[in-house]
Design a protein around this ligand. Structure first.
Ligand code: FES
Length: 504
């Protein structure tokens, strides 16, 4: 079969590909992580590139163009550097990790551990000192599976279509790369790292562990296993100590994963005496209600709109994203961008703020109607469909919160504290979240961001073996609420589509 050269500008990087390869596939092969929320179905329009030479020139969807000549293309500025949340709110614990026998005998050698928060969009990794628990290095990257779909359903579909090995391999390699980079930066040998703890949502964890995903995406929607995993790290292409172990916390249910369990561990949620709600908003929204040792969890199908997917000018929180929008004293809009540069798109926190401002100005009404698309800059606008996508996302989360409260026979007013985990929750303005009804108004003033709590939980689980086992026991005790089975869900969800908070 013929092969051709594809050259990517502005990097001037070239690779050889077979005839018929799409430009999206060529980018992945060259090591890029292009935006492709629809997984290459030609529907999202986020994968555009500029063709400079070799085919009809101009802006084209990379997933729709097949290489039939030598080509030169310019990559979109949306491939710019992304902002990844690495920090979390940690708690003090005794340090007592598992160690290989040979390491117990040499107290003078510095021994290290690694913790990894494996997100659908991003991966954050931490290198820890096994002696005092100190974080020695932190590194992060985009999840290299992203070009195969923005959400977990798309990834599972790709795995079921024969791509499971590709998805597992790329994420194994990415995690190994982060670990090697952290060791190198810290002048340590990777062999000094004896254990790695991974936490991810159920889909990420299944794909990583090479577990089948068919039961996750088809009724009755069950995980392949709810057991924790402990095994040789080398089985996952992770190059550490020869006896190095990989530890994976258990998933709770098909759509409530080990990352949620890690958040519970990091915040000591089951020890809260007051009624506390924890929310982890990512490509899905996981909710946990807690009081006096009782825990109730559910997953809301918020979709990836809050991470910028499905929004016409949406993007992840990276350079050039509008991240905050405010009304000044003269009720004129002003905005800021990540990196303080020209706006190229809008990320989730900016989307919330912009919608809250347009509601305040009466440009969007309480049903979500607006007469025409709102242009915030020459390049960035908010369309009616964008507002609709946001309504679907926010209603899913708000309805989940209301139904959990109904089940426990408590009111929203009785919730004393709301802990928000994850990048989106950390960067969003809680006032905007309440103004648009992503969080019910009754929760206003009670909201505390806890940063990357999943990463903190992974650290705790690897620093103290007893904490790992405590988390495993907790996972088996958590009550799970399947929202889709609740008869009141549809009506509550429809009510929550409205921006009229007073009417609810
Ligand atoms: S349109 Fe190309 S990846 Fe979605």
């Amino acid at each position: 079969m013929d092969t051709y050269t594809v050259t990517f500008m502005p990097d001037d990087r070239s690779i050889q590909v077979r005839a018929g390869t799409t430009l999206l596939e060529a980018q992945r092969m060259a090591g890029y992580s292009p935006e492709a929320p629809c997984g290459g179905d030609g529907k999202c329009g986020k994968c555009t590139v500029e063709i400079l030479q070799g085919a009809a020139s101009g802006i084209q969807k990379a997933c729709s163009v097949h290489v039939e000549n030598d080509m030169t293309i310019r990559l979109s500025s949306l491939s710019a550097k992304n902002q990844i949340l690495e920090k979390g709110v940690g708690r003090r614990i005794d340090i007592s990790p598992w160690l290989p026998d040979m390491e117990k005998e040499d107290p003078s050698r510095q021994i290290c551990l690694a913790a990894v928060d494996l997100g659908t969009t991003t991966i954050a990794a931490y290198l820890l000192d096994a002696g005092d628990g100190r974080t020695i290095a932190v590194d992060s990257c985009l999840n290299p599976q992203s070009p195969y779909g923005a959400d977990v359903i798309k990834r599972c579909e790709y795995a079921l279509a024969g791509g499971a090995d590709i998805l597992a391999d790329c994420v194994h390699q990415a995690i190994d790369r982060l670990i090697q980079q952290m060791a190198q930066k810290s002048s340590l040998s990777p062999e000094q790292i004896v254990s790695v703890c991974i936490v991810g949502n159920s889909c990420m964890q299944h794909l990583f562990l090479h577990w089948p995903v068919d039961s996750l995406v088809a009724a009755p929607y069950l995980p392949y296993s709810k057991e924790p995993f402990v095994g040789p790290a080398s089985d996952f292409q992770i190059h550490i100590h020869p006896q190095g172990r990989l530890w994976a916390l258990p998933v709770i249910e098909s759509f409530v994963g080990a990352d949620t369990l890690a958040c519970i561990l990091a915040t000591d949620l089951e020890k809260q005496e007051k009624l506390t709600l924890m929310i982890d908003i990512g490509t899905n929204g996981e909710l946990v209600l807690s009081k006096n040792g009782r825990l109730l969890t559910c997953s809301t199908a918020a979709g990836p709109a809050l991470e910028g997917a499905k929004i016409s000018c949406g993007m992840r929180g990276g350079t050039g994203a509008i991240d905050h929008v405010t009304l000044d004293a003269d009720r004129r809009l002003s905005y800021s961008t990540i990196g303080d540069c020209d706006a190229v798109g809008i990320c989730g926190s900016g989307l919330l703020d912009l919608t809250a401002c347009l509601l305040d100005l009466g440009i969007i009404d309480e049903t979500g109607y607006m007469e025409e698309a709102f242009q915030i800059t020459d390049k960035v606008r908010l369309t009616k469909q964008d507002v609709r996508e946001l309504q679907l996302a926010k209603a899913a989360i708000a309805a989940g919160i209301r139904i959990m409260c109904q089940l426990w026979e408590v009111t929203l007013d009785e919730i004393e504290e709301v802990l928000i985990a994850g990048a989106f929750g950390n960067y969003m303005d809680p006032k905007s979240a309440c103004a648009i009804g992503l969080l019910p108004l009754e929760l206003s003033g009670k909201i505390t961001p806890v940063g990357n709590a999943a990463g903190e939980g992974a650290k705790i689980a690897i620093l103290n073996e007893k904490e790992f086992h405590r988390a495993c026991r907790l996972a088996a005790q958590i009550d799970f609420l399947e929202l889709a089975n609740r008869p009141e869900f549809q009506d509550t969800f429809v009510d929550d589509l409205s921006f009229d908070q007073e009417g609810l």
